[in-house]
Design a protein around this ligand. Structure first.
Ligand SMILES: [Cu+2]
Length: 154
């Protein structure tokens, strides 16, 4: 009596487990990747982006630095793609107001690249909201060896 019952339970578990957990697990694993942010102590919009990332489920550690240039160079941010804050997540670098959805996509797709940037300070990007004002912008994927490419257009 006992053995068939256990086998049946095991089979039921094996059948239901992947389908039951798969959709939630992928996203949960990605947003559990810690984010480390480097920003100037006087940057307000940087705080807006940190709030945006936390709202998306990320745990964010914040480091205030007066001079970010050494961090940006060490983390491979091309000068022409610079913005305000720089972050490290899952071995990638993100620069500026990159939407959390694109960080999730980056961590899911794992392209061979250094990271993502939204160059400059674009009104309407996450952390840069000003009412309904909105400027189109590109999220750029950059690498050490190749030219930056558009990862997504907003
Ligand atoms: Cu900013």
């Amino acid at each position: 009596m006992r053995k068939p019952f256990l086998s049946g339970l095991l089979v039921a578990t094996l059948l239901t487990f992947p389908a039951f957990l798969a959709p939630a697990t992928a996203e949960e694993n990605v947003t559990s990747t810690p984010v480390t942010v480097y920003k100037s102590p006087w940057c307000g919009c940087c705080g807006g982006w940190i709030d945006h990332m936390r709202a998306a489920g990320f745990t964010v550690e914040v480091n205030d630095l007066e001079n970010l240039d050494p961090v940006k160079r060490a983390m491979g941010v091309p000068e022409q793609l610079e913005s305000c804050h720089t972050a490290s997540v899952g071995g990638y670098t993100t620069e500026g107001h990159v939407p959390a959805s694109e960080v999730i996509r980056l961590l899911t797709e794992k392209p061979a690249a250094r990271g993502l940037s939204v160059p400059g300070m674009v009104v309407g990007s996450p952390g840069m909201e000003q009412g309904n004002a909105y400027e189109p912008y590109a999220v750029v994927l950059f690498s050490d060896a190749r030219r930056p490419i558009v990862y997504r257009q907003y």
